[in-house]
Design a protein around this ligand. Structure first.
Ligand code: MEZ
Length: 581
């Protein structure tokens, strides 16, 4: 019983909210492009299909039963659609549920392309072609690091921007980036008295890339890297900690204070900027096609929204920044069959969606067989143990307790060396000094990837390594640290000894990390086609492109690539869009 006026007010509020929700729902389903709206318009209510409790099992048993009750079986429907040009009810007879193709709350267009990729025009699809549901000056495909940077840069240049990501969250592989961003002759290095040299960064990147890089792209990345750091700082990023990565002779990997992971930090900064700049960010929105006009210029994209179905966005320019394909067993098997069964450090959406749409749009694909194996993934997990743990002083030992490689060599060499050890694995060994310099180690501890002990003997026991051998290995390394010379493996940089308890061990194994191949671009981030011409209005940046990293990428150069080429792509896309009538 309702006894006082505040309860009345509460009841009225509930009724008002329910009314607004019902209105919004009705407005959403009202369109007859939605199965639910179509049914409602024909006097069929929600409960007729869903029954009272609205509980849906994954097989959608109740709604499928309801379809059959009203419309008959697949063979009944095959008779109804027998005269149509295509008769999918007949060809799928007995195999699938109605709801596999017919979605209640998604636009009911191009059902077939949900499973098939027909090159021919399908009548539902061709109806839709000329119909642009939305428009923007610049559409950016992929909301990882390169995509966010391109979107922010395009918005800064005055463009109306829509940023789309196929995954339910933004960030892409960049959000997993643990290490840092390489840049030479930066304001931060200068402030900390760290000497560096742009030409050395160019040379080291090309040497690390096995002399297979596009030299002009490398120079563009390096010469713009210091400005990239200043830009990141200007939009709110902390780049105050500097460490060394593998394959280089300079401390140039910039990251947040205390050795925090660079990726999560940058993505949160990018997100805040995207909101501030009014960028329309859409998740669960898979771009399945780049649309071009009859002159070959880009005019938009076709998107498959999780709930809105297929729709198109008109755009004057498109930037593809959808990442690589190291998470795709299928593409890895195609381009590098020997890496087919290796685990991947990548986020699950890194399956080459951007590569496919660029290829379909006529882009030239280069270096596709160059797939990088990162030497140190945590045990048997997908978690990457950052190279910066070695960079700040950890050593690698094998099951016999011995060092076997210069820990700061390039990734391809470190990987090859680990794969030759017992069990094709190794252990990162370090003391409290390294943990303190690397906040992210606390994360590895939290994920149960780390063994620790108050002395080396107990640590060795925990990882089943001969204690006396490991003690001897660590003692030798500490003496090399003191002498600043490593006669065994010529490691150049030994920033910390392994002296202070606790002592830590992380079991590591190599795993797929980065795909160096992708669409060919020029130094303006314009996409190049098979006849070496620019595709008008099409830009790309980050891991979806090829040529920047050559045959092997240096640690810390991925984020540089995303920031430098993301900025170039975004600014150039905006200025191209401004020139389109
Ligand atoms: O650039 C990278 O991939 C990187 C630095 C990874 C890491 O080991 O942290």
């Amino acid at each position: 019983m309702i006894r006082n006026s505040s309860m009345w007010r509460l009841l009225l509020l509930i009724i008002a909210i329910a009314g607004i929700a019902a209105f919004a729902f009705a407005a959403q389903v009202e369109k007859d492009t939605y199965m639910a709206g179509f049914h409602q318009a024909n006097g069929v209510s929600c409960v007729d299909c869903h029954e009272k409790n609205f509980v849906m099992d994954d097989s959608e048993t109740v709604v499928n039963k309801k379809c059959v009750e009203c419309h008959g079986s697949m063979s009944d429907m095959a008779k109804v659609t027998a005269k149509d040009e295509l008769n999918p009810h007949k060809s799928h007879l007995g195999e699938i549920n109605c709801s596999t193709c017919h979605k209640g709350h998604e636009q009911s267009k191009a059902y077939c392309n949900n499973c098939h990729t027909f090159k021919m025009d399908i009548k539902f699809d061709s109806d839709k072609k000329a119909e642009f549901a939305d428009s923007a000056d610049v559409v950016v495909v992929g909301a990882g690091g390169a995509g966010y940077v391109a979107a922010i840069s395009a918005a800064d240049a005055g463009a109306k921007v829509i940023l789309l990501d196929r995954m339910p969250i933004t960030g892409g592989n960049s959000s997993l980036a643990a290490g840092g961003i390489n840049a030479a002759e930066t304001s931060v290095q200068k402030k900390q008295g760290i000497k560096d040299d742009k030409e050395a960064m160019v040379e080291e990147t090309i040497k690390g890339g096995r002399y297979l890089n596009d030299v002009q792209l490398v120079k563009t990345m390096v010469y713009n890297s210091a400005a990239a750091i200043d830009w990141l700082i200007s939009i709110g990023a902390d780049m105050s900690d500097i460490v060394r990565s593998g394959g280089v002779d300079y401390d140039r990997t910039h990251r947040p204070v205390g050795g925090g992971a660079v990726g999560t930090h940058l993505i949160s900064v990018y997100k805040a900027n995207a909101i501030k700049k009014g960028i329309d960010v859409r998740v669960n929105s898979d771009v399945v096609k780049i649309i071009k006009n009859d002159k070959g210029a880009v005019v938009g994209v076709q998107v498959k929204g999780k709930h809105s179905g297929l729709y198109t966005i008109k755009a004057k320019a498109v930037v593809v920044a959808a990442g690589g394909f190291a998470a795709s067993d299928e593409l890895v098997a195609k381009y590098k069959p020997q890496f087919k069964n290796t685990p991947s450090s990548n986020q699950p959406g890194a399956t080459g969606g951007g590569i496919k749409i660029l290829e379909d749009a006529g882009a030239e694909m280069i270096d596709m067989g160059f797939i990088q194996i990162h030497p140190t993934m945590g045990g048997d997990t997908k978690v990457l143990i950052s190279e910066t743990v070695r960079g700040s002083g950890a050593i690698l030992v094998n099951q016999e307790g011995k060092r076997f490689v210069n820990e700061l060599t390039t990734r391809d060499k470190a990987t090859a060396a680990i794969l030759k050890q017992t069990g094709a694995k190794a252990y990162l060994i370090f003391g409290e000094e390294v943990r303190k310099a690397n906040k992210q180690v606390n994360g590895y501890i939290h994920l149960n990837l780390v063994e620790s002990a108050s002395n080396l003997k107990d640590l060795a026991k925990k990882i089943d390594v001969p204690a006396d051998v490991m003690a001897d290995t660590v003692a030798k390394y500490n003496s090399y640290y003191t002498k600043k010379a490593d006669p065994e493996f010529s490691r150049q940089d030994m920033p910390r000894p392994i002296k202070e308890a606790q002592y830590y061990a992380i079991m590591v194994k190599p795993g797929r990390h980065h795909t160096m191949g992708g669409a060919r671009i020029n130094t303006n981030s314009q996409v190049i086609n098979l006849t070496a011409d620019v595709i008008p209005g099409l830009f790309a940046a980050g891991e979806v492109t090829g040529g920047v990293q050559g045959g092997n990428r240096l640690g810390g150069n991925a984020i540089t690539d995303t920031v430098v080429f993301g900025r170039i792509a975004g600014a150039n896309a905006a200025s191209y869009a401004a020139s389109v009538k």
